[in-house]
Design a protein around this ligand. Sequence first.
Ligand code: G6P
Length: 606
Amino acid sequence: MCGIVGAVAQRDIVEILVEGLRRLEYRGYDSAGVAVMEAHGATQQTKRLGKVAELADALKANPLSGGTGIAHTRWATHGEPSEVNAHPHVSGDIVVVHNGIIENHQVLRNELRAKGYEFISQTDTEVIAHLIAELRKEHDTLVEAVQAARKLLHGAYGTAVMDSREPETLVVARSGAPLVIGYGIGEHFVASDQLALLPVTRRFQFLEEGDVAEVKRTSVRIFDAQDKPVEREITESNVTHDAGDKAGYRHFMLKEIHEQPDSLRATLEGRVTDGRVVAEAFGAGSIDILRQVQAVQIIACGTSYHAGMVARYWFEEIAGIPCQVEIASEFRYRKSVVLPNSLLVTISQSGETADTLAALRLAKELGYTASLTICNAPGSSLVRESDLAYMMRAGVEIGVASTKAFTVQLTGLLLLTMSIAQEQGKDVKSAVQLLNQLPRLVERALSLSDQIEALAEDFAHKHHALFLGRGTQYPIAMEGALKLKEISYIHAEAYAAGELKHGPLALIDEDMPVIVVAPNNDLLEKLKSNMEEVRARGGQLYVFADENAEMESEPGIQVIPMQSVPDLLAPVIYTVPLQLLSYYVALIKGTDVDQPRNLAKSVTVE
Ligand code: G6P
């Protein structure tokens, strides 16, 4: 997590670094710091506990200036959030910012202590600074010292380093956490996400695993994991989103909820024609692979995992192939059995989630026929390391609580299910034709916004909430509960409604709101019986129900009618009111909606 940004230029780069940090704040936001170097090598730094705005205020009061610099926004792993633990960390001439975890930090710390190095912070980053300072004694240049350090540091991390003996050089190393070099005219930049650099360049070079790069004002040299000089492609970014722009919405999350019709249009564009899925949407060579697939294993984390859980119903029902779904952090640490002709599917908004990436790498050794990622970040590690990729085109998502990425993931998974079915000779024409209704139906669901805002009052003072659904709506209930807990800090749980009597019914009383998602499908009558179980025990029901579900509001039950939708599309549509509900509850509670406490958007540590 944590965000890194750096620059080497002839101009003063402090404002560029701070703007870069603002754009990276989604990655972590408990403290921030910046260090700059003047041409003769004097280093100055400022660090602050809290958000980037605190750092920006401190820099306004006491400005720094310089042409070479590195900056960091932190999400604490080793050591509490504090000014002393904030990056950059310094050891003599060496200045370091770091993202990720050094697993062998304790061993290295002991060795460095024995050599006389003093540690003032609790971070693993300080170990990197001292280690590079020590290795720099035996190496002529900073890049050589960083190459040597990389071999001694175990873990998944990205780092950017300065040395006052080389005042116009930055060295960056990528070992498990993404890093990108931005190309300007007579100046270069580095960052953990291209978003940070969009105000200054659109030309990017993504480092690969094990790469170390020496970045000077007018030159970039990259070395691979074997220390061999390598070329990496420079690409022109087509990311148009301005991360600083809320387009008049109060929060990015609300903006992103309302962007869903457009994101769905974008994801479908050119991918469905005449009742057929264009199977090439999954990349060159996808048709041959999709024809052979006999089983699907889905791996993901968080919201993306919930998308996978919905898709499991689809793969088995529509394509008739077995599908398993697992959380990446579990999959990667257990022995699993690979079914013949299995396709491994990872789902990820960021494409950089450490556990998902590790699971993909493990799966490659296990003998899956192919790997496919459903991903929103072009050029990300998951995209580069998978055989096939479905690029989501949801547009950049800034709010930590994922919204538009989820509904677009669901749509991508529907397309994948249908294209496997189609390539294996099943008739999915009418199902494919339904997809074009999605943007319009989501627009209709968004029009419930005012009604849901009024409802939110009922939740603001509750401490718990229960979400219920059946079939594909069970994972939607899980996603609704996740949204509510993430941004309103209300404890929320989801249950498959049929499980109610096996435990959660004991929790029901007038203080436990129960939210139900009830489209008009085969399971509706069963669901109604479960709702009666809640009512009989004095529970308060809030039901998002199909307008034809024959349910009316009365004491103990509040019904919010939803437009009738094809059951296939219902998971996407019923997600929307749950997103709005959590948003408006959080708004009343006054929490930090876009950057909820303790969370980060991109989880690049284990
Ligand atoms: C974090 C984010 C979630 C996201 C999860 C998985 O927890 O806050 O919104 O669902 O990571 O991330 P991914 O980028 O792999 O979808």
